[in-house]
Design a protein around this ligand. Structure first.
Ligand code: C2E
Ligand code: CA
Ligand code: CA
Length: 775
């Protein structure tokens, strides 16, 4: 397959050749007539010059004729003739004049007696009886300087020749005439006689002893010249240059030929020039064609290059849109398409931020630029994670969750500068590359970032106030592998999360140790169940009116040689993360039911048991079966089992939860909502769920007496629950004041240190026994 460029070039060259040869043909036709036209012109010029010389000779002949016929000359009285001839010759073009008798004895105006009896003109006039003669050029024995030609006429008395008058013309004189005739740069005139002997030539080295052959060097040319009246011939001069020679017979001469020589190059200069122009314009045309085809196909080629680069994964390319034709349009479409591909490849569709992959791709460039700029700055990577993002999703659904993330991303986008980077990391996490002057500025920047993220915003009428955990890894040395720094940021973030979120932390070794510790705890937890390291404590729940223990909440404890004093909610969280909680939760359920059934069977009264159910357990599709089995295995009546689920776990996937909760209710099991008030849901949400108990979160109880709003919330929850026929349990009741205040508000049950801390089962037994009439 030929490239478009080659095809176009071939096409255009063919076109050009056709056009040029057409043009050339027309011009050539005209050119062909041109040389003969030029020849004709030269011939005319030559003829005219020959005629001029002829006229000149004619004039001189006339003068000699007139002289010969004058009475002074005709008298042949030398005394009178001498002064007369002297006077005549002085004013003439003749070199000198001569008068001769029929013996050949002559007198010249040199005032010298000479003998011309052996000269041509004497012979022809006296012996042959001719009237007038122009002689061939010859060397006069009396005049040394140059060859001469004589123009002679007979002097007659009574019809008889008595002498002759000669006008002597020096060839120097003729030379003068031909020398004056020059045309153009190389052209010159010369004269030869009938047999080709040179009479006159502007070049001095060519004398009358030279012959035409010495000049034209070619017999054929010589023949052509001497045998025709006029014509144009070509010969090669001594220097190898071609000359055009045009000849014309001089009429009134004795067979003389006038010649004009001109360099062939010069003679045909015009034609050659036109020819050259044609050649030049043809070459220029070709070059233009090639350039044009090049420039036509260039955009296509560059578009092709862009395609190739893009298909090799280089999305930084851009097709030229500025070309005002289909190629420009194609470029535009391509750029648009590439933009979409880029977005799909580089951007996270939810937030519009870069995805993590592009973050990693861009990072080296940003780092290079920053290091180039000012090596003093601190570069760092921040991992921002929304605290409890699951809650956002659970309240508004995933779509709202996405809008929240998008809103957050938009405000973070405005937070960073051009040389920095932001991208979506994983899930609810955003990753940033930031630069600041010093560590103080880093702190200022991070708390600003934290505040920015927690700035409240509205989505579909609901207000959201996020909290974020920010972990930071510092890019301390150029050689820090970026992955490590990102990992450090993640670890630092985990630490913030561990301590309740809503903060930032810059990574250091201690954090790493803490995280390592977490890893080790996780490892230990892995075998905790099979090693029998778990047990349950029970915290009594008391009816506020009767002051009697009506049930217990089962609370998990972990006993391990290496790990002690770790808060159980931390352990639970870890197990949730690892998924252990499903298995451990099943064990808890069985153990709590078993213990309660045991208590019921040993006359401890009809105690209820509250079991905490992790959201992860509730999501487990086998959860219902596991509950059923626990009841079946232990023989506990379902009416005595209460499952505590947190607000958020009830509110995520509401449809599925509703099904499950309804199923549990149908089995006779009771449902309570744990830590009520800390989540985002309102009571009205809960009316959708068939629940039995609300457990008012410890934080409200704790502040109830000092903080009016906590008190208001507590009392509202109690009042509304009553109207909805839901019972209330206050958590974390530590003092009698709390007890009485809650009693006054109409709260149903209390739980807390006022009654008892969580206890081992045997201590529960003695506690119950100690409260008379509890059984
Ligand atoms: P929770 O369900 O709200 O449990 C009540 C927590 O409040 C218990 O902490 C209890 O010791 C504590 N508490 C009770 N009365 C008072 C009081 O008067 N003052 C104060 N300051 N605290 C009081 P614990 O046992 O450390 O449990 C913490 C959390 O761990 C639990 O909160 C629950 O979310 C989780 N958890 C404990 N055991 C289990 C379990 O078996 N399964 C699940 N899924 N989670 C559990
Ligand atoms: Ca609980
Ligand atoms: Ca609670």
């Amino acid at each position: 397959m030929k490239s478009i460029r080659t095809q176009m070039s071939i096409y255009l060259i063919i076109m050009a050749v056709i056009i040029f040869s057409g043009l050339g043909l027309i011009i050539n036709r005209r050119l062909e007539t041109l040389p003969s036209y030029i020849k004709l012109q030269y011939q005319e010029v030559t003829n005219a010059r020959a005629a001029e010389i002829s006229k000149e000779l004619e004039g001189m002949l006339e003068q000699v004729r007139m002289t010969a016929r004058s009475s002074v000359i005709m008298s042949m009285d030398m005394d009178e003739i001498k002064p007369y001839l002297l006077a005549l010759s002085e004013g003439s073009k003749f070199r000198n004049m001569t008068i001769s008798d029929i013996e050949g004895k002559a007198w010249t105006t040199y005032e010298m007696d000479i003998d011309i009896s052996n000269q041509e003109q004497f012979e022809r006039i006296v012996l042959n009886g001719e009237d007038e003669v122009i002689s061939k050029s010859f060397q006069s024995p009396y005049i040394r300087e140059a060859p001469i030609v004589t123009i002679s006429h007979a002097v007659k008395q009574g019809g008889y020749t008595v002498g002759l008058v000669n006008g002597v013309v020096s060839t120097e004189f003729l030379n003068q005439i031909v020398r004056d005739i020059n045309f153009k740069r190389t052209g010159y005139a010369w004269i030869v006689d009938e047999s080709g002997n040179i009479i006159s030539h502007p070049q001095i080295y060519i004398t009358n002893e030279s012959n035409i052959i010495d000049v034209v060097g070619d017999d054929i040319v010589k023949e052509q010249i001497v045998s025709t009246k006029e014509g144009v011939n070509i010969y090669t001069e001594n220097f190898g240059e071609n000359f055009l020679v045009i000849h014309s017979e001089i009429e009134s001469s004795p067979g003389w030929i006038f010649l004009m020589s001109i360099s062939y190059q010069e003679a045909y200069k015009e034609i050659n020039e036109i020819n050259r122009y044609l050649q030049y314009s043809f070459i220029a045309g070709l070059i233009l064609v090639i350039l044009y085809s090049n420039s036509l196909s260039k955009p296509i080629r560059s578009l092709k290059m862009v395609f190739e680069k893009a298909s090799n994964g280089d999305f930084s390319v851009k097709a030229d849109e500025s070309i005002k034709n289909e190629i420009g349009e194609a470029g535009k479409s391509f750029n648009k398409m590439l933009g979409q591909i880029k977005d799909l490849t580089y951007r996270d569709p939810v937030t519009g931020l870069y995805n993590f992959n592009s973050f990693l791709l861009e990072l080296p460039y940003k780092l290079r630029d920053y290091k180039y700029d000012s090596s003093e700055d601190i570069g760092y990577i921040a991992v921002v994670s929304v605290d409890d993002f699951k809650r956002v999703n659970s309240i508004g659904g995933y779509e709202t969750g996405n809008v929240v993330l998008k809103t957050l991303s938009d405000s973070i986008k405005g937070f960073i500068s051009q040389n920095e980077l932001v991208a979506r990391y994983f899930g609810d996490e955003i990753i940033l590359l930031l630069f600041d002057k010093d560590i103080e500025d880093v702190h200022i920047r991070l708390s600003r970032l934290k505040n920015l993220c927690s700035y409240p915003f509205q989505i579909a009428g609901s207000e959201y106030r996020l909290k974020v955990s920010i972990g930071v890894g510092l890019l301390e040395s150029e050689n820090d592998p970026v992955e490590d720094v990102i990992h450090q940021g993640t670890i630092a973030k985990l630490k913030v999360k561990k301590f309740g979120g809503d903060g930032y932390e810059i990574y250091n070794e201690d954090i790493n140790n803490a995280i390592k510790e977490e890893q080790e705890i996780e490892n230990s937890l892995y075998h905790a169940l099979e090693n029998g390291e778990f047990h349950l404590l029970y915290q009594p729940i008391v009816n506020i009116k009767t002051n009697k223990i009506v049930g217990n909440e089962a609370l998990l404890r972990w006993k391990n040689e290496s790990w002690s004093n770790i808060p159980i909610n931390y352990i639970v969280e870890l197990m949730e993360k690892k998924g252990f909680i499903i298995e451990v939760g099943e064990w808890i359920l069985n153990e709590a039911c078993r213990q309660t059934k045991y208590w019921q069977d040993s006359n401890m009264g009809k105690l209820k048991i509250s079991v905490n159910i992790s959201p992860i357990q509730l999501e487990d599709p086998d959860f219902m079966i596991k509950v059923e089995n626990a009841l079946k295995n232990t023989g506990l009546n379902p009416n005595y089992l209460e499952l505590e689920i947190t607000e958020s776990s009830a509110m995520t996937n509401v449809k599925d939860k509703l099904e499950k909760i309804k199923g549990l209710k149908e089995m006779g099991i009771r449902i309570s909502i744990d830590d009520f008030g800390t989540g985002y849901s309102s009571l009205s949400y809960l009316t959708q769920l068939p629940i039995d108990t609300l457990k008012i979160d410890r934080s409200f109880i704790k502040d109830m007496l000092s903080d009016s709003s906590s008190k208001a919330i507590t009392s509202t929850i109690i009042t509304m629950s009553k109207s909805l026929n839901i019972s209330t349990t206050a958590e974390g009741v530590e003092t009698e004041e709390h007890f009485y205040a809650l009693k006054a508000m109409g709260c149903d049950k209390i739980q807390g240190y006022l009654v008892s801390k969580p206890l081992r089962p045997e201590l529960i037994e003695s506690l119950i026994k100690s409260i008379t009439g509890n059984q």
